[in-house]
Design a protein. Structure first.
Length: 349
């Protein structure tokens, strides 16, 4: 039965994509005289050149990290949306380590990435504590912490770490010992492979460890978990800390590989995009990379379409909204799912 249910889930995802693409084509037909050409650039653009292909992979790299961070807390039915601020604060922590720690090969880079993870975890502590101790809404507190992170980091970077010789509001450049390698002529972010390994690790934790089992039980039925002897407050607290560490780690990877100095003067949006990635992956860490790659593919295709045809790439936002509506629509293919369950139940009698 599990195989049939998995097939139905895959079918629902495929139908969702097809409907979204159909709606996208209809939108294009109203905005251009040649929708076929625009749609071709949209679909094939990320694969049309090597540069665009690596751009697509680089766009997916931070989305995998923030998608994992969100999927983890969503597994426990905790609606913490603080990955944006944790990603930002983690990047800031990586900058501090890169600029201040001894420049020892390999160790400096490792400490830079781990410091980013630590700063992300620290920033997740406030909503985690409020939720675990005082039952405060993590939705409100985590959203608030995003903007505190934003303004605090900008104040510190622009006043104490700004490179005045750079001609822009950026930090001092990292020493080479704190650089995460980029591969090929087109600077493929090697953090992609780190994040893919991280997805398997989080998948193992969620589906093969005691802590992961507790996370899933708390998400399924918190009262049942409590009366089964699970310390629900502890699980609620630590799952948010782990989520923050993952988001901060993603921020450290992005800034160490692609920019090598702190460059953001606005929230980059990766944490909020990670919510979309987690929803499309149905909060399954093992499916997060595929979901992130899919979102990155759409966005890269939209950018290629915009550059070649002049059509605004915001059409991708419409496609994402449609996909989220359909993915979260439990009624889609629900009759087929019910028939499968009933048929298997009859066989067991």
């Amino acid at each position: 039965m599990k195989g049939k249910l998995a097939f139905l889930e895959l079918a629902r995802f495929a139908i969702t994509i097809l409907i979204a693409l159909l709606v996208g084509y209809i939108f294009l037909s109203f905005t251009t005289d040649n929708p076929n050409e625009a749609f071709r650039f949209f679909i094939s653009g990320p694969l049309s050149t090597q540069r665009r292909f690596f751009e697509f992979l680089n766009n997916a790299t931070p989305l995998i990290a923030t998608g994992l961070a969100n999927a983890l807390v969503f597994q426990a039915k905790i609606f913490n949306i603080g990955a944006e601020g944790q990603f930002f604060f983690g990047a800031f922590g990586a900058m501090l380590c890169a600029l201040t720690f001894p420049r020892i090969s390999y160790i400096h880079l490792l400490l830079t990435l781990l410091t980013g993870a630590a700063f992300g975890a620290i920033w997740a502590t406030v909503p985690a504590m409020f939720k675990a101790k005082w039952k405060a809404s993590e939705l409100v507190s985590s959203l608030m912490m995003n903007y505190i992170s934003y303004y605090l980091v900008l104040f510190l970077v622009n006043n104490y770490f700004r490179d005045k010789a750079a001609g822009a509001l950026v930090s001092y450049r990292f020493p080479e010992t704190a650089w995460l390698a980029t591969l090929t002529w087109y600077r493929l972010n090697s953090g992609l492979f780190i994040n893919l390994a991280l997805a398997f690790l989080i998948g193992f934790i969620v589906y093969r460890s005691k802590f992961g089992y507790q996370i899933r039980i708390v998400g399924a039925n918190k009262k049942f978990a409590f009366f089964s002897g699970i310390e629900t407050s502890s699980v609620v607290f630590w799952v948010q800390i782990l989520s923050g560490a993952i988001a901060g780690f993603g921020g450290a990877i992005e800034i160490s590989a692609m920019y090598r100095r702190f460059v953001w003067q606005s929230l980059p949006g990766y944490g909020f995009d990670g919510i979309i990635v987690a929803i499309l992956a149905r909060n399954n860490p093992l499916l997060v990379p595929l979901s992130a790659l899919f979102i990155a593919y759409l966005r890269t295709g939209a950018n290629v379409m915009a550059r070649t045809t002049g059509i605004a790439p915001e059409i991708v936002i419409v496609l994402q909204a449609i996909m989220i509506f359909l993915i979260t629509a439990e009624a889609l293919l629900e009759k087929f799912k019910t028939k499968v369950i009933e048929k298997e139940a009859m066989k067991g009698e």
